[in-house]
Design a protein around this ligand. Structure first.
Ligand SMILES: [Zn+2]
Length: 219
């Protein structure tokens, strides 16, 4: 009872924060209609995030031009796992829907796989970041990173301090570490639109690229 009342209070607080955000953003000339539509989506998404018990805050919209922007983005610092908080390191702004997917993956995909396969829960996910104004390597197309809509995951740290990285352990790890990495890769494929790892190309030998867009493209 107390817990659900607390959740409602948190959501109400977020919505109030979101409304202030909308007010401020819509004062910018020419962006009113777009900002208010997006804020309605963001508002629903933020309410969903609050339900997960994660630690995050809404960031202001920013347009960098040349197809690079941050809209409806949050700073996600931690995820509530089954037993303990899971920290996320080096992660910049991510779109709210991407944060929502990442939270589900961290808890139900990675934390539980770590306990089942490696005998310890997940303490931390190390990332190479999220937002970056750049093209897809070798193309003239903007990367999902240029809209804060992709995360590059480099490594996982367990509650006993053991660290499993994509770079060192995808090919060279123990059989259980390799199995763990493939299982978290596969569970990412069930949640994100595009997942690229070491089997895709040399550019992804040291991380998993998790992207909202795409239709179950999993390599
Ligand atoms: Zn990437």
């Amino acid at each position: 009872m107390l817990r659900s009342a607390l959740a409602v209070a948190v959501v109400a607080g977020l919505l109030a924060g979101c409304a202030r955000q909308e007010e401020r953003v819509t004062q910018r000339p020419g962006s009113a209609a777009q900002a208010s539509v997006q804020s309605a989506e963001t508002r629903i998404c933020l309410a969903d995030l609050a339900q997960t018990g994660s630690t995050f805050r809404l960031l202001p919209d920013r347009d960098f031009g040349a197809g690079c922007e941050q809209r409806g983005v949050v700073q996600l610092d931690g995820v509530a796992g089954d037993a303990a908080r899971i920290a996320l390191t080096n992660l910049g702004p991510v779109t709210c829907p991407l944060a929502d997917k990442a939270i589900g993956w961290a808890r139900f995909g990675v934390d539980r796989a770590a306990r089942q396969i490696l005998g310890n829960g997940l303490a931390q996910i190390e990332t190479f970041g999220s937002y970056s104004c750049r093209n897809v390597a070798g193309s003239s197309r903007r990367s999902a990173h240029s809209r804060a809509n992709a995360i590059d995951v480099a490594a996982f740290v367990l509650t006993d301090g053991r660290r499993i990285s994509v770079k060192d352990d995808w090919h060279e790890g123990s059989s259980e570490e390799r199995r763990f990495l493939r299982i978290v890769h596969d569970s990412a494929c069930k949640r994100f639109g595009t997942v690229l790892g070491p089997e895709y190309n040399a550019a992804h030998r040291d991380h998993l690229h998790l992207e909202m867009s795409g239709n179950a493209f999993c390599r």
